[in-house]
Design a protein around this ligand. Structure first.
Ligand SMILES: [Zn+2]
Ligand SMILES: [Zn+2]
Length: 134
């Protein structure tokens, strides 16, 4: 079994996860748009024991929204999302963007699709560049 390293943007939070994921979903719900500030969350799912924290656990802040079961866990210094346990405690949710390498599974589903960002259909058709443009 191989491992993938991961971190937040500022580098305070670092960890390693087993590269053995059961699922990979892109969640387009309106709550995930808020927590990510973007079009969707990119969530990998694995077992709770498959993570080893290397640093920065004390910098992690968790927020649990009442209602739909949305949670957000992030570095208090830079705001990057980091892995967290589902409320049942049975699943570890790993934000794919927090990982440095390629996960063992590719995205399987776009969930809550009807709630997708108003601009998403156009976004996937936009031109591609290898740099910032004005
Ligand atoms: Zn950070
Ligand atoms: Zn969502």
């Amino acid at each position: 079994m191989t491992k993938l390293t991961g971190s937040c943007l500022c580098g305070a939070v670092t960890f390693e996860v087993e590269n053995e994921f059961q699922n990979f979903q892109l969640c387009h719900c309106s709550q995930c748009q808020k927590t990510t500030g973007s079009a969707h969350a990119s969530n990998l799912f694995t077992g709770p024991k498959n993570i080893e924290w290397h640093s920065g656990v004390e910098a992690i802040v968790r927020f649990d929204l009442k209602g739909r079961g949305i949670s957000n866990s992030f570095c208090s210094k830079c705001g990057s999302r980091v892995p967290y346990l589902s409320r049942s405690g049975e699943t570890l949710v790993v934000p794919a963007g927090s990982l440095d390498g390629k996960p063992s599974v590719s995205p399987k589903a776009n969930i809550f699709w009807p709630e997708r960002a108003h601009w998403y259909d156009e976004a996937v058709l936009a031109e591609h560049y290898d740099r910032y443009i004005e």
